[in-house]
Design a protein around this ligand. Sequence first.
Ligand SMILES: [Zn+2]
Length: 420
Amino acid sequence: MAFSLQARIVFPVDRPSIEHGVVTMEGERIMALGGAETAVGKAYDLGDVVILPGLVNTHTHLEFSDLKRPLGQAGMRLVDWIRLVIAERNRRTDCPIDSIAAGLLESVTAGVTTIAEIATADAASYALGKPVELMLLAEVIGFSRARAAAAITAVTERLDALQRRNDSDPGGLPRNTWQLGISPHAPYTVSPELLRQLVELARRRNLPVAMHLAESAEEIELLAAGTGEFQELLDERSMWDAAAIHGGSRPLDYLRLLAEAPRALVIHGNYLEADESDFLAARAERMSLVYCPRTHAYFGHPPYPLADMLAAGVRVALGTDSRASNPDLNLLAEMRHVARIHPTIDPHAIVRMGTLAGAEALGLDWRVGSLTAGKLANAIAVPLPPGATGSPQEMLAAVLANADRPSAVWLRGREVVSPP
Ligand SMILES: [Zn+2]
């Protein structure tokens, strides 16, 4: 049964905004978009709100969604924070099923309807959630070359288990809600040789690959010289293999390996150099950069060259990262943070990063990421600040300058968060 939502502004993202626009949904899909004359079925006037596509969070680790506050303190070194993450993981004995369920619920309430998750837990943990679009990227760790074969066997088994669960209609969710992928963790936990083999596996199965890269200055030192905090951490954990990384390496060497994957997400990229962002820009069809704004701020990295990246033609998507480095999983808050600290970037581009660019990065733009007839009916209504006037562009800026949460969220045409 079709119904229509009427709003002061409809912002489809893939085409210009529509003032006093209407979004019509039928079943799981968007049926039509346009002015009042396009309404079909029962019409709901939502008043002074902007309707946006459901948000796309391209990077998180839901296993930490039960944390009340980030681990450690702002400004700490990444390597010290990683020690806290390891301790936190060791403290947890059970499968983090409740934490993942809490993270899925928090995400949906915040208007996030597509999530790319670095998956460490077993398949059953993800079968409880709302029908959000989930990309489960199976995490792989294995630094010493001796561990590569075992790591490949383990991730192959995990991918098979996830696929079986997906095929068998998990928890009554629509079939194939999950897309699968592989996540070689980072250069300080995955050797170039293991990365090469993982990319080969991704090619055989036509899967995307997501890797944390160029996240900290210490990582750059490890690649260049094989020294520093990460070398010490690996040594401490009996994982160090002096021959795993060639001296004089840099993130570009990893980008070249990732470029062979069907699709690649480069997570963070806080310390990429100009030739490295050019490399990404030249391959923007298949390679994307994932900026996690508030996590970047938490560690006090130098300013993120977002405007330069966008100007160079890099596809930049947004992620919250986990609650171990961020206060919440609210992607709209990331977009607002971007608006605050990158004031030259236009609101349209910011909304695009949090929606369509994320869907494109994941290869899911054929079904989510914009309000387009035929795509899934995933949408959010965000209140306009009282008295907001001006062009749609100005009103979008006002929404980003505001702090209100979505007043309503639709997942596959069903309202899951209602206006108060
Ligand atoms: Zn991460």
